[in-house]
Design a protein around this ligand. Structure first.
Ligand SMILES: [Zn+2]
Length: 219
């Protein structure tokens, strides 16, 4: 089964009556309640709902039957770390939230998703911490370096979500051979299939990575 990815405005997710907060676990509600900004709270909730919708479509199941849990492999706490479905541990899920925008992915194979919005003038130290030498060169030579950086960043962050690398070892992943211009773009890195695109309307870039080529659906 092809892994499935979705992206949406937080507001459009929250406007769906079948994707209400009643679907969240008590722990997710408690975590949502920790946000000081209402908009950040909304983004968190929307991402946790969209990933359920994504998994429900993938598995052909009603969204109300899915319980989303998390477990950190390092400290064994359950309020962060890799998300999974209580009822379907064989499914892999991933979620990401930005400012007013969310993305999610689900598959029966490893999958990771990331959504990011551009920040003007990404600091050189930040780029050096996450990009390989070849990628740095590509970004610096690019007519729109911030935009080029964002494309590489969503791909790499999606790989982190998939569990292929960590934030500390990102410079060891070298995607400098892949295209940076065009949307959507598909690429390969070893056994991984990469798909990423720019959403001009929402001002965001999304990256999806899986061991099979992912497909995208609208909410
Ligand atoms: Zn932890």
């Amino acid at each position: 089964m092809t892994p499935l990815a979705m992206m949406a405005d937080s507001a459009e997710v929250l406007a769906r009556p079948d994707l209400g907060e009643h679907l969240l676990t008590p722990l997710e509600r408690e975590r949502a309640g920790r946000f000081r900004l209402e908009s950040s709270r909304a983004d968190f909730v929307a991402a946790h709902l969209l990933v359920r919708e994504c998994a429900a479509r993938l598995l052909g199941l009603p969204v109300a039957g899915l319980t989303l849990l998390q477990r950190c492999p390092d400290c064994a706490r359950d309020d962060h770390g890799k998300p999974y479905l209580a009822e379907h541990p064989e499914a892999q899920v991933s979620l990401s939230h930005g400012r007013g925008v969310v993305a999610a992915a689900a598959g029966l194979q490893p999958v990771g998703v990331d959504v990011e919005q551009p920040s003007k003038g990404t600091a050189a130290e930040v780029m050096e911490r996450v990009l390989s030498a070849g990628e740095l060169r590509r970004v610096r030579e690019h007519a729109e370096p911030d935009r080029a950086f964002l494309r590489l960043w969503v791909r790499k962050e999606a790989m982190v979500k998939l569990g292929r690398t960590t934030l500390d070892t990102l410079t060891e992943i070298d995607l400098s051979g892949l295209e940076l211009d065009g949307s959507p773009l598909r690429g390969r890195y070893g056994d991984l299939h990469l798909l990423d695109w720019e959403d001009e309307l929402r001002g965001a870039a999304v990256g999806v990575v899986s061991t099979e080529a992912p497909r995208v659906e609208q909410l």
